[in-house]
Structures are given as C-alpha cells and as structure tokens.
Design a protein around this ligand. Structure first.
Ligand code: BAL
Ligand code: ZN
Length: 889
C-alpha cells in the first residue's frame, strides 16, 4: 500500500452539489442507487478530463451519464475506483450497485448490528456503499430514500429532516429524508430497525423548538435518561459558552451494540456505541455515567466543530477532534469538578499519549503522511490536539479566546478548512503572534522542561531556570523550542501562597497563579520581594503537555501535597512522591516506605475539608504502566511487586484510618434489602456522591491488599448489597484478588453470582470479562484463553473483544508480559484472527506489542518475534501493515 501525503494535497477536480440516494435495504443484499449532480471545480487544476470516484467492494449494476447508459468502453472499474472518461463540465451521474451488509465484518459502510442495519462512514466508509468523491472537502446536499421490510425495519432514519413516508406493496415501506446542510460523505448515516424511542425537546436560546429522539433496542428503553439529560445540558452549554445553537428541528441519537468507535457525529443522526448511551445505577459505574455525558456532549459539539466547519483533508483531523475534545473536557469540568476532571484528563494523557509520543507510532498532531487513516484516530490527534487548543485558550485569555472562536465560526461556516485556518483566527482576533506556537502541530514528541532554582536570601530573590528540549521522534531528528504557557505559584513554609512578582515589574502582584510564556531553549525568571525561600508550584492546571522535572526534596513535595491550592499540582506532587518511593522499592525490593510518606498519606486521608473526589486522586498510586514509562527499561515484575507491596504497607499502617473513612463514606449509600431486591432510596448520582464513592472504594482497594476476616466480610457485604454498579464492581474487584489463593472460593462465588445476575446485559457482561482479564492472579492467562471459548465471547463484537483481549493486553502488564511470552502469543494470535474481519480493531489491539523496545532483551526478542510473525502472514490489512512497518523498521 502507498502512503498519502499532506504535501500532495490538491483541491478536488469535481464537486458534487447534490446527491440523491435510494437504499433498497436488506441484510443480505442491499441495492444503492445514486444520482449525483456533479460539476467541475473552477478552483482546481484541470486534469485529463476524466472523473475518478472512490468505491470499494461494490458490484456495479448500472451507470448512466445525463440519462445515457454508459457503455463499458467509457468507464473503468477496479478495486478502489470508478473512472468515467471524458465527462462534461456539469452533468448528472447515476449509478446502481449491490452491497452485502451481513457480510460486512469491518463495520465500515453499511452493516448489521443484531437485527438492525446501520452505517459508519468516517473516515472512508461511504465508498463501501456507493461510488462517490469520498473526501471531506466535497460537500453535497443529500436527499435519501430508504426502502425496507416494514416489519423487520419499522424505523428508517437518515440525516436532516423527515420529508415523507409511504407504505409499499409486498410488506415494504419507504421513508424520505432531506438534509438542508451541505456535508461531506463521512457525515452521512442511515439506520433501519425495530427500535424503541424516547423523546424530549429543547428550546434554543433564540426560541426554536428542537425535537430530541433517542433510539435503542426496546429492552433498553429505561436506560436512556442520563444520555438525554446530558444532551440537553450540552446543548445549553454550547449556547452559553460558544454562542452555538443547534440548527435543525430534529436531533437523533441511536444506540447500537456493534461499533468500532465510541460514537459518530453524523449530521442530525448521531450513531453511538451503546456503551455511551445506556446506563442505570445498577448497571453502569459512576465512570460510565461520566463517560456518557462526555461522549454525548462531544458528538453534539461536533455539529459546529466538525460538521458546520469540517476538515479540508484527513491530515487536519485534529481541527475537529482536538477542538471538540477540549470542548467536551470543559463541559465535563463544569458539570462535575474542574480539578478532578483535569486530573483525569492529565492521567489519561500521560498513560496513553506520552507513550505514543515516545514510541514508534509518534506523529505530529497534524500528521504529514498515512497509509491507513483509521490508524490516525489517535490520542495524539485527539487528546494532545485538545491540549494545543487549551494552550491557545490560555495564551489568549477567556475574552480573546471567545472572540477568536466567534471569528472562526463566522469566517469558516460551511467550509472545509485546516488547523492553520484555526490558528489564524486565534491570531487575528487577539493580535498575538502564534508563529512559533505552530510548531506544536508539526513536531511530534513530548517536550521536557528541566527546571532548577536558586535563592538569594539577602535579596529575597528566587531565580527559576527553565530549559526545554524534545527527544527525536521517527523522521524528526531535530526539534525547535516551542511556545507554551507555564502556570505557576509560590508556596511558603506555612503552606500559604506567596506573591509572584517578576524583577522589573512596577508593583507587587498579589499571591496566586501566574502564567509565564516559554519560547526559548533556556529562560530564567527572577521573582523578587520574597520573605522566605518558596516552594514553586509548577505547571499548575497542567498548563502545557510536557514532562516537567524539578529537584524537589521529599519535604517540599509533602508540603505541596498537603497545601497546594491548585488541585492538579497537589495531585501531581503526591504522584511524584509516590513515584519516588515506588521506584526505590523496585531497585531495593524490601525497602519500607519512609514514615514521612505514610504520614503525608494519612494526613490527606484525614483531610475533611478537601473534596473526596480530589483525595481519591491524590491517594491513588501511579499506575504500573506510568511507572514503567519512568524507567529506562521497564521492569514489569519489579514494578508490580513494588506497587503491591506499598499498598500492603499503607493498608497495614493505616488500617484504622482507612476503615474509619470507609465507614464514614459508606453511610451515605442507600441500604439494600437483598431478599426484596430493593433499596430504601434511589442512589445519589450527584458529583459529590460520586466523589464519596471514589474515595470509599479507594479505601476498600487498599484494605483488600491486607485483608483480615473483618475486611473480607466488609468487601463481601459491599459486593452483595450494593445499590450501584460502582460499589458492586469495587467489591468484585476486591474479591477477585483472592483468585489463586486459599480463599479463591470467595472470588469464584462472586464471579458466578455476577454472571448469573447480568448474563443478559451485554454491557455489564463486558465488565465481567474485563475484570477477569485484568486480574493479576497467576492463572489469568489460562483463564483468558478459556474465556475466548466462552459462549458469550464473540470476535464480531468490538466491545467484547476490547473487554477481553484489549483489557488483558493493555490493562494487565504483569500477566501480558509473562516472561515466557504467553501473553504476547495470545495477543498476536487474536490480532491475526481479527485482521481479516475487522482490520481497524485489529490494528488498535496490537498497540501494546508495538512498545517492544521499552522492555528487557528477552522480552524484546519474544515481542519482536510475534510482530515479525504477523508481518510474514499473507494478505495482512493496510492497517496492520502500516503499524508493523513503523514499529519494526
Ligand atoms: N469522529 C469520530 C468519532 C468522534 O471523534 O466523535
Ligand atoms: Zn470527535
């Protein structure tokens, strides 16, 4: 397969103004008729006079140009294109093709999910349904007719507004939809099925009434309330924060069970992975509820950042994804807690994006080349892209950022544009020069900020030196310094904030956060007027996506952990302190943690003033994979041992404190009566209640590291009487630790009970698979193999595949990296099995193996052998080909 390069971009030679499509729907065989109004693009270079349309896996039945059936000599069809020779400047092209939805296991284009038919077109799925100019800078008005069996598919949906319905002979029926907004083909959608609907409505700021329809399989109709509430909250938020109103009279969401991604923002007809729609307190965790709100908002926000203004080409993907992730993060921060949301986002960035940026798959936020665009729906394009927007928002400040986004919406509405167009709006509205900032879009890799400081007591001057550098990444040996905001504060001995005044500034500036701008490889900042040596609180709010190093003493970190008013910095101090203790324990296994660490932990646990949700973050140890990233060569076993040992030591030293906090928090939960299967009141789903549960279950997690009979009983009771899935799964997670111990029976009982309760609920069953795949018990690899043969495992359902194979490979370092290579073998076998069916998913699952260079020589050899084995297979997909090439060559 050949790469596509940004530098080769050419405007489309032809445009499609209108597309009339008719789908004669059937699971086995669907006929698609298209009538396309096409004209030559005056802004493009003239080619050889022929029209080249994209089309894959289509059986062409008819073709006519301006109502004249074309003879075979006038067109050429191959596996990827239809070329019509010598076309006029303006014409209508009609085609009719046959496709096979039930045989479509890749879940791109038209496919079946259970009994329904649905589509996924981004990035290049539309070409699997009809011949088209399947590129985002070709925007057409769509009119769609859907025809199907009225009993099997009573609901027929597409984008835009419903125009008409008819009953047809032979038990069939028809629906017509028309979308008044021109859109690229990747935003097309259709859904057909026997679906239930819940309805609501939303009145826009300008007083228009929008009907909101949420569709799902009928048995799930009582699990959609949270998604609907989230949608309405997102609609209001976008009006208030960006002045963006919804633009059609109808907004629809459909929940489907088989979906490669989280959800898809098709115009007026969002199609969602059921995981991001369906929730009840008994079946979904607090994290699931938050995930639903965030994804519903994300897809809704795309209506402006993605649909009204779309991408010129797929290299610009972050234009819509980075900005939309930033918007959904800010929405979630406003709904729950700002610090806790930011910590979750930073944790995710460090866990996934930083390793990507340091590995063979590293690429800029705006990549310059790809073989398979599906491989570029990455955490770099999404989450690092969001960080780039966040930094620009910070550099501009709230008022100027709002002016800049207003300008962006006004200037580019209805267009397909680039990240450069976005940055130019930031500049034009603010007067700032972002020339240097643009490097963030072009350079891959995570910058490192090396900071040092010295103190001149006599002068009251504190000098901070910041050096920045970025290691080479594939294809980019040299990096230049980047422009970024560095937010900081200064903390005194008593934990209070000190004034932050730079030398030369006329008047003292009060205490609090200051935002400095970095541009140079080395910069020195001199703070004056200080009465004592401060502890710097650096990178507050994680103001730039960098790795910051400062030689803090343990005492200084402890001070920040106890007192930093910036929640993110407070959390980060705790992480650094724990990281230090843990890495020492990796090197010297039997080192007890310093008493100062236990004391700091105890102080935070007993802090009654702080938000419990924040404390749950502060007291959570860094993950095994994060710790691995801090080492030259990852010591998988040493890290696991150290982390477990530290948790046991905390649990032992602070048993009474943990129990006390546990009970104090558990009291808030409803009391359940198992016999009557009822609770005395509804579970509380407010952010405050979720924060309490997070801290309580953190305590339980520690306690279950050193469980005596009383703790075991408490964990069993929580599992059995939980009113929420959050508490039930926390109980189960505690009990599953007993697998392969002499109390294994308790784990097996709970797992059997969980399965029996929830075997009919696919999303809960995903949790049952995942929790077993992530258990660090020695027998896990064998169990995962058994679960692959379980009656409820299906290679055809991406959620189930992720919950078993993905959870094991990406979420269970110690078992996946078993020294004999059994984990690697299992992943490679499953990727090989999946690749012919669903290459997009196969390529994503492979990622843990691509990090092979981070491991010891023996593991490297084993991992590499599996990767080579995959590459040697006949007929691997372009998706896999690209990833294997990057990580092996
Ligand atoms: N556009 C693909 C799914 C999403 O990012 O919303
Ligand atoms: Zn998106």
């Amino acid at each position: 397969p050949k790469p596509t390069r940004l530098e080769d971009y050419q405007p489309p030679e032809f445009l499609i103004d209108r597309a009339e499509l008719r789908f004669d729907l059937d699971a086995v065989e669907t006929l698609v008729s298209a009538a396309l109004e096409i004209r030559r693009n005056p802004a493009a270079k003239r080619g050889d006079g022929s029209l080249r349309l994209d089309g894959e896996q289509l059986e062409l039945l008819e073709i006519a140009l301006d109502d004249r059936a074309l003879p075979p000599v006038e067109y050429v069809v191959d596996e990827r294109t239809l070329v019509v020779q010598r076309v006029p400047d303006r014409f209508q092209l009609r085609t009719r093709v046959r496709i096979h939805p039930a045989a479509n296991t890749a879940l791109e284009g038209l496919y079946i999910s259970g009994d329904m038919l649905c589509t996924q077109c981004e990035a290049e799925g539309f070409r699997r349904m009809t011949y088209f100019l399947d590129r985002p800078d070709v925007m057409a008005r769509f009119a769609v007719t859907l025809v199907a069996d009225a009993t099997r598919y009573p609901v027929l949906l597409s984008n835009g507004n419903p125009i008409d319905q008819e009953t047809l002979p032979g038990g069939r029926h028809l629906a017509r939809w028309e979308d008044p907004f021109p859109k690229p083909s990747y935003l097309f959608a259709l859904v057909a099925g026997d679906l239930a609907r819940i309805e609501d409505s939303f009145t826009t700021a300008s007083g228009r009434e929008v009907a909101l329809h949420l569709y799902m399989e009928p048995r799930n109709r009582d699990k959609c309330g949270h998604a609907m509430r989230s949608l309405k909250a997102a609609m209001r938020w976008d009006e208030e924060h960006y002045g963006r109103e919804y633009d059609l009279d109808l907004f629809m969401i459909v929940a489907v069970s088989h979906f490669n991604m989280g959800a898809m923002e098709n115009k007026g007809l969002n199609v969602f992975n059921a995981k991001y729609v369906l929730a009840s307190p008994e079946t979904a965790t607090d994290q699931d509820f938050a995930g639903i709100a965030s994804v519903v908002a994300h897809e809704y926000f795309h209506n402006w950042t993605g649909n009204r203004i779309t991408c010129r080409d797929w290299f610009q993907l972050s234009l819509k994804e980075g900005f939309t992730v930033f918007r959904d993060q800010e929405f979630s921060a406003d709904q729950g807690g700002r610090d806790v949301q930011r910590i979750a986002d930073v944790r995710a960035l460090r866990a996934r994006q930083f390793p990507e940026d340091a590995g063979p798959m590293a690429h800029p936020v705006r990549p310059s080349s790809y073989i398979e665009i599906n491989n570029f729906y990455t955490t770099t394009v999404y989450e690092k892209g969001a960080e780039l927007v966040r930094m620009q928002a910070r550099l501009l400040g709230p008022e100027r950022f709002r002016a800049a986004t207003d300008l962006y919406f006004q200037r580019h509405d209805g267009q397909a544009v680039t990240t450069e167009d976005f940055v130019r709006c930031m500049e034009d509205a603010s007067g700032l020069d972002l020339t240097q900032f643009r490097r963030w879009y072009e350079q891959a890799g995570t910058p490192v900020l090396e900071c040092t400081a010295d103190w001149e007591a006599g002068q009251g001057t504190y000098r901070l030196e910041v050096r920045q550098h970025t290691d080479p990444t594939p294809g980019q040996p040299e990096k230049s310094p980047r422009h970024m905001p560095l937010a900081l504060g200064l903390i005194g001995t008593d934990g209070r904030e000190l004034p932050v005044q730079l030398a030369g500034e006329p008047a003292p500036i009060g205490p609090g956060t200051r935002v400095l701008e970095l541009r140079e490889a080395r910069q020195v900042f001199e703070f004056v007027g200080l009465s004592e040596r401060p502890v710097p609180s650096l990178l507050r709010g994680f103001s730039a996506p960098v790795k910051l190093r400062f030689p803090y003493s343990d005492e200084e970190l402890t001070r920040l952990m106890a007192a930093d008013p910036d929640g993110v910095a407070r959390w980060n101090a705790a992480q650094q302190l724990a990281e230090r203790v843990l890495l020492a324990m990796v090197v010297t296994p039997d080192t007890p943690p310093p008493q100062a660490f236990i004391d700091a932990f105890a102080a935070a646990l007993g802090d009654q003033e702080a938000d419990p949700a924040l404390l749950a973050e502060v007291l959570a140890l860094p993950s095994e994979s994060y710790l691995g990233d801090q080492m030259q060569a990852v010591d998988v076993d040493g890290i696991h041992r150290a982390r477990e040992a530290l948790m046991v030591q905390v649990a032992t030293a602070l048993r009474a404190d943990l129990l006390e906090r546990y009970h104090a928090l558990h009291r808030f939960e409803p009391v359940t009566d198992q016999a009557a299967a009822s609770t005395d009141r509804e579970p509380d789903l407010s952010p405050a209640a979720m924060g309490r549960r997070a801290l309580k279950n953190l305590c339980l997690g520690y306690l279950m590291r050193a469980p005596d009979d009383a703790v075991l009983a408490l964990c069993q009771r929580q599992y059995a009487t939980a009113a929420t899935m959050t508490d039930r799964i926390a109980g189960l997670r505690g009990l599953i630790r007993l697998r392969d111990t002499d109390q294994a029976e308790l784990a097996e009982q709970a797992l059997t009970d969980f399965y029996q309760r929830w075997s009919q609920d696919a999303l809960v069953l995903d949790k049952w698979f995942a929790i077993q795949a992530q258990a660090s018990a020695p027998g896990t690899l064998g169990r995962v193999k058994q679960l692959l043969r379980h009656a409820n495992f299906s290679i055809g359902n991406p959620n189930r595949v992720r919950s078993l194979i993905g959870a094991f490979a990406a979420g269970n370092p110690v078992c996946f990296h078993a020294a004999d290579g059994g984990g690697y073998r299992l992943l490679a076998e499953q990727v090989a099995r999946l690749d012919p069916l669903n290459p997009q998913l196969a390529s994503r699952l492979l990622h843990p193996l691509t990090q092979w260079r981070r491991h010891d020589a023996s593991r490297q050899a084993l991992m590499r052998a599996e990767l080579e084995g995959l590459r040697a297979r006949d007929g691997i997909s372009p998706d896999l080909f690209e990833v294997l090439g990057k990580c092996l060559d």
